[in-house]
Design a protein around this ligand. Sequence first.
Ligand SMILES: *[C@@H]1O[C@H](CO)[C@@H](O)[C@H](O)[C@H]1NC(C)=O
Ligand SMILES: *[C@@H]1O[C@H](CO)[C@@H](O)[C@H](O)[C@H]1NC(C)=O
Ligand SMILES: *[C@@H]1O[C@H](CO)[C@@H](O)[C@H](O)[C@H]1NC(C)=O
Ligand SMILES: *[C@@H]1O[C@H](CO)[C@@H](O)[C@H](O)[C@H]1NC(C)=O
Ligand SMILES: *[C@@H]1O[C@H](CO)[C@@H](O)[C@H](O)[C@H]1NC(C)=O
Ligand SMILES: *[C@@H]1O[C@H](CO)[C@@H](O)[C@H](O)[C@H]1NC(C)=O
Length: 480
Amino acid sequence: MKIIFHLFVHFSLLMFVSCYGDNGYDPLENVLKIQRSRRKTQNHASKEDVTAEYSYSPVYVGPQDGLKDADKITELPGQPAGVEFDQYSGYVTVDPNHGRALFYYLAQSPVNSSTNPLVLWLNGGPGCSSFGNGAMMELGPFRVNADNTTLSQNKYAWNKVANVLFLESPAGVGFSYSNTSSDYQTGDIQTAKDSYTFLVNWLERFPDYKTRDFYLAGESYAGHYVPQLAQLILQNNKITNQTVINLKGIAIGNAYIDDETANTGMFDYFWSHALISDEIHEGIVSNCNFTEVGTITAACDDYQSQATTARSNIYIYDIYAPLCSPSSNSTPSISEFDPCTQNYIYTYLNTPAVQQSLHAKPVQWESCNTLIGLYWKDMPFTVLPVIQDLMASDIRVWIYSGDTDGRVPVTSSRYSINKLQTSVKTPWYPWMYEGEVGGCVVGYQNLTFVTIRGAGHFVPSYQPARGLAFFSSFLEGKLP
Ligand SMILES: *[C@@H]1O[C@H](CO)[C@@H](O)[C@H](O)[C@H]1NC(C)=O
Ligand SMILES: *[C@@H]1O[C@H](CO)[C@@H](O)[C@H](O)[C@H]1NC(C)=O
Ligand SMILES: *[C@@H]1O[C@H](CO)[C@@H](O)[C@H](O)[C@H]1NC(C)=O
Ligand SMILES: *[C@@H]1O[C@H](CO)[C@@H](O)[C@H](O)[C@H]1NC(C)=O
Ligand SMILES: *[C@@H]1O[C@H](CO)[C@@H](O)[C@H](O)[C@H]1NC(C)=O
Ligand SMILES: *[C@@H]1O[C@H](CO)[C@@H](O)[C@H](O)[C@H]1NC(C)=O
């Protein structure tokens, strides 16, 4: 009953707003509430090893001939002059029987494209669009201007140093879709499998990238997607007779990776950043047991609601940022993030000419698909065991964190790393960028932790220059 009630409340709430943080809309929080209440009622057993669910059989590979040329973007409407890189976008079918296809956007590097690595970028949610959020608001080559129709170049775009592939995942998110509506009831395991099938097919379409160094990066709920996909790739690489994917490393930012530390770190952050009172914090500390076997009591629920109310007029994804309001002056500048950007993106991406130029199906594009999150089927309590596996597998594992995010704050990342119990190799130090502290860094055994100072949840939106400096270091495999 309780679950149905929750579903109903969230459903009705979410029909109106679908941008991260707008009017308090918080996709991750909504999904976690549902998952936690399910755990309460289901006596959910811990599933430590998600690979147990995967068994290898060759994945579907469709014909890709001619599709690369067809996917080339001539020009995006309103694009500025002097664009010196190639862009591609289109669909890759991952299940021909169900008619399920994932949409991607590739921004190649302007210089050294043929030698720069390939990076797959994933946004979280679950349910949020990697193209609309990741590419158009964060690290992609363009930002939509306040006129909703023209674009500016982002001089700190990550395609300066890598060929960046944005994937709308799973089906139902952004421009990705399925002709079988039951596919929209999905979860972590199906998402990883589809992303893997996508990659195998995409590499057939773009064979130049088959042996290129490959990295996975993402933020927020991609703290699940990225490690899980990395684990699946490494596992399949050992047994596949299809393409071996040359995975070299992963980076996850403000990543939701462990439900306990997500909670404890968040409330400690709210308190230490003066967003909630001593009483509420104390109430949470003494009444809430956030471990997997802990029970969430009514008293705990009550204190959590008080915390939500206390911080409700704060933009939780970047706690010192202004809100988008009709009276706010638009500042069309890359280094000063415009809090109304999501509205411009929404209008731009729902323009028929824009959808056509992208080779997208004509649809009502949404920043986040709320229903996907509501029906999410499987979500392990923690992915720390997956991260531990990756750390022992010789790929680069970086955890980064914008330190003004209240949603998956830097405290949660630090508590999660403590749980990994890895030893320090290079002790904490502040890293410098253009004469200022860019953040801090700790080098652990097989793991690097980097903060980006003054950045919220969407690191490259708020601190584009520091974000690019961090990302370049990650690709070079050198501490910043
Ligand atoms: C979904 O159905 C439409 C209409 O029949 C079809 O054109 C399209 O190719 C299908 N998508 C996939 C991925 O099979
Ligand atoms: C391109 O590659 C060359 C050779 O590795 C390097 O010297 C140069 O700095 C690179 N240019 C850019 C813009 O990355
Ligand atoms: C790959 O292996 C599968 C069985 O695992 C087999 O059915 C398939 O024919 C093999 N493909 C090739 C190209 O060898
Ligand atoms: C949380 O609850 C579990 C199960 O009742 C218990 O073993 C554990 O000690 C509790 N943890 C805290 C911090 O109270
Ligand atoms: C841009 O789109 C938003 C809706 O997302 C709308 O409120 C705003 O008025 C539009 N701006 C212009 C200049 O048309
Ligand atoms: C680090 O990786 C090596 C193998 O490369 C492994 O033997 C070791 O256990 C790993 N340590 C940690 C803490 O992950």
